[in-house]
Design a protein around this ligand. Sequence first.
Ligand code: MTE
Ligand code: MO
Length: 320
Amino acid sequence: MSKSKRLTENDVTPRDIYVNRRRFLGGSVALVGAATIGGEAFATPADWMLQKVKQDWPQTVSTDERLTPEYDATHYNNYYEFGVGKDDPVRNSQDFRPDPWSVTVSGACNNPGTYALEDLLQTQNLEERIYRLRCVEAWSMVIPWLGFSLADMLQRFEPTSDAKYVAFETLMDPDQYPNQRSFRPAIPYPYLEGLRMDEAMHPLTLMAVGMYGEVLPNQNGAPLRLVVPWKYGFKSIKAIVRIHFTADEPPTTWNIAAPREYGFYANVNPNVNHPRWSQATERRLPSSFLSPNVIDTQMFNGYAEEVAQLYTGMDLRRYY
Ligand SMILES: Nc1nc2c(c(=O)[nH]1)N[C@H]1C(S)=C(S)[C@@H](COP(=O)(O)O)O[C@H]1N2
Ligand SMILES: [Mo]
């Protein structure tokens, strides 16, 4: 990463916590073969995935802000396929099957096809990146993700010069997703997202397979989800099964559902309010009635130095 920051003692501390915890849990994890998050056992991930996540990874992006406790990041989620309540995803996703998994690649590229996840991840070295995640609903977290630059994965498909955008799609499976079999789904499915090609190739754009030193829990988008830290959280699509290269701006779910409220770009911007609420501040979780923990929202969620040049000359009020 061009912008990777030198590790300071602050940055290293959270990782030492996982490493020690890993040593502590090492035996039992190997025996049960299950990832343990906050003391709760989640669905058993594929052994190869567990092994990959347990390998030694460097920390390449960090912040001196306090990490959101793992419990909050795994129990307060947006994942409408599992229900619209913040605690629906953790409750309804425990039997979700992230393995076996494959991703179908299509459109303007030389190497389309259906790739087994194991095959896609084999050559990727994992990194830990601590990113702020800012939801358009004006709450935020600080999460240590495990993953790799999306660019590293996309290069392998050899997008052609016609590829101006890349579209992503979440699994469609009403058997596993209660809201997809609801007679009145909250949003249209499958969940669709997309990035302009230069945004997709930006080194900060992450494909995540883990968090807090563990395999990604189902409610956080296992086995493979996008994390675009300078955009509102809805761009960070979960459980990806399809990647499509295209010349035209692809349709995206929240834009389809409420076009005046959610645009394609969705860059975090304290100066452009949501039609129904201010985006100038946010609640940094954990937040409660007595300790709301309200902080100022930063331009591009604090990543302006890295990404502002992607939007030179663009009217960010028009392209919200
Ligand atoms: N498939 C899918 N992806 C999704 C969503 C969703 O409902 N379905 N919600 C989005 C929203 S609004 C946010 S804020 C983030 C939340 O990620 P987290 O639950 O891991 O914090 O996921 C995004 N990705
Ligand atoms: Mo969100």
